[in-house]
Design a protein around this ligand. Sequence first.
Ligand code: HAM
Length: 413
Amino acid sequence: MKGLPGFRDFYPEPIPTADSWSMDLRRYIFDTWRGTAERYGFREYDGPPIEELGLYTKKSGDEIVGQLYNFNDKGDRGVSLRPEMTPTLARMAASHSRNYKKPIKWFSIPQLFRYERQQKGRLREHFQLNADIIGEENQAADAELIALLIDTLRDLKLTNDDFVVRLSSRLAWQDFFENSDGQEKDAYDFYQIIDKLDREDPAVSGEKLAEIGFSIDQVNDFIESGQATDELAAIIGNIEARGLGNFIEIDYRIIRGLAYYTGPVYEAFDKRGKFRAIAGGGRYDHLVKLVSGGKTDLPALGFGMGDVVLAELLKEHDLVPALGQTLDAFVQIADESLRDASLCLVQQLRQAGLTTEYPLLKAKQEKQFKRALELKAKWLVTLDNANQVHVKNLGTRKELTVPLIEVASALQD
Ligand code: HAM
């Protein structure tokens, strides 16, 4: 049987085929995400992978609602696998915000599910780094998140030749919409058309805009003007002060598909324009209030960075580090009468924190040696007798004999 379309199997290295997904690469990405977020003072949280359907239909927007993996559970509750993390975070923050000092800086690495048409960079399941700040309305918080986004990609060895953060503003678009006599009822459709301008045939976008009273030229003129609002100028100033100014530019083509954004919004793209967005986010100051039924009102903002486009990008730029198993020690059992004593040695090494392997069953010595090399063991360890161990460094070929009780510390040195 095969897995479902759009769902991945992750294999340990060496991966079976060139297009298999690597569990080691996934761990490398997650470790980097976690490391950078923690360096920025963010704390990790998690929530359930299934939520009440209403959490998403409330404010995520039609596009995501059309992609939900939803069903009725055995208690006849309408539920859905999570398509994004933000509504869960808003729900969690609303329930216990009093227990945490503001601003709350949290991150998570959820697996998300969207019933999307499968295409390059888009699957039906993906992981996202989500980093969000709750309880701060100043643009310093928007800049802090954008800096984190940039540094996360830099920690993966991407440079400003490889990617750029395109910054825009829902408020600027809202002013444009209102000053051009847009009707409130058309606002969501308008944002959707702008969000798809890059991907849609210009004639189709033009027709859709005309239906709600806008011309494509008028929209293009606004995009090309590229004027920074005060809010965006403050963010850019803050990013420049960190020496990261060359990673960011104003681009009003960005508006974000999700319905809940209220202020500055941004997406990160590869500079060659070959891939879909690497990350996207912005401010969503009304979501916590909406999700809590008006009980808690807190400004909030954040971004999501997906693992699918990121892995493709790292491969394209040759930035995947050497991956795969490495062992500290391979305990060879040359004499089966010493198997029990060797097991005791294996245990001793593992307890000392050394990654250690050994043959589960009787095997020829050459086979054991070959296995030690395949597993990239640093040391080949063999019991000579009940008290004495022979160790060989498989890299330098250096050999030594040590008393059994000293072997772990000898290998650590
Ligand atoms: P999003 O733009 O829908 O935002 O997703 C963020 C990133 O996740 C995208 O830029 C992309 O890299 C990745 N992504 C999204 N859908 C897929 C898919 N089907 N397959 C592979 N990768 C995908 C959000 O989800 C917001 N909730 C982010 C956010 C957090 N905003 C504020 N806080």
